[in-house]
Design a protein around this ligand. Structure first.
Ligand code: ITT
Length: 176
């Protein structure tokens, strides 16, 4: 079965394909409600997408949670990325020694009669300089606990260990 993935982010869609196989990317401008919970944002988003598409579909709401900022930018990652970008984030953290961070990915899947959510987390640290050319978004400034930034890894390497991998694996199991 080809699943419909509603996202405006082609990087996410590529990763979903390499993890799940057959995925149809649908661009639909659904409402991302203001909430400090990725799960709430994803759940409400997929309900709206299902109403529009009238077929099973899923969305991915993800974010970078930085420890020394109590989890900021978290659910606001998209806005912070498009305003401050990676350079802005590094500047904010210039004097910070405590650089632990995690990526979280919540996938919300509308089966046709209910919504299921799956969470994946990847732990690492924020670098002092951007490193690597691969991936997208915050990848150059996120050094995964295995040693390299997500942008230094090949897409296969990132997809082995990423937050998205962990969430999508659960989706893959659920859809069989
Ligand atoms: P959607 O249309 O799917 O919502 P988006 O890019 O707006 O796409 P989010 O709302 O989930 O996605 O925002 C997440 C932000 O975090 C966004 O700026 C992404 O670039 C970034 N992000 C998410 N996953 C990432 C990953 O695996 N590596 C680097 N940055 C990531």
């Amino acid at each position: 079965m080809t699943l419909a993935f509603v996202t405006g982010n082609p990087g996410k869609a590529d990763e979903a394909r390499s993890i799940l196989g057959d995925v149809e990317r649908v661009e639909l401008d659904y409402t991302e409600v203001q909430s400090d919970s990725l799960e709430e944002i994803a759940r409400r988003g997929v309900e709206e997408c299902y109403e529009e598409l009238e077929k099973p579909c899923f969305v991915d709401d993800s974010g970078l949670f930085v420890n020394c900022f109590s989890g900021f930018p978290g659910p606001y990652s998209s806005y912070v990325y498009s305003t401050l970008g990676n350079e802005g984030l590094l500047q904010l953290m210039e004097d910070e020694e405590e650089r632990d961070a995690e990526f979280r990915c919540v996938v919300a899947y509308h089966t046709g009669d209910r919504v299921e959510t799956y969470v994946g987390v990847a732990e690492g640290r924020i670098t002092r300089e951007p490193r690597g050319e691969g991936g997208f978004g915050y990848d150059p400034v996120f050094r995964h606990s295995s040693g390299e930034t997500f942008a230094e890894m090949t897409s296969e390497q990132k997809n082995e260990v990423s937050h998205r991998r962990k969430a999508f694996e659960q989706l893959a199991e659920a859809v069989g």
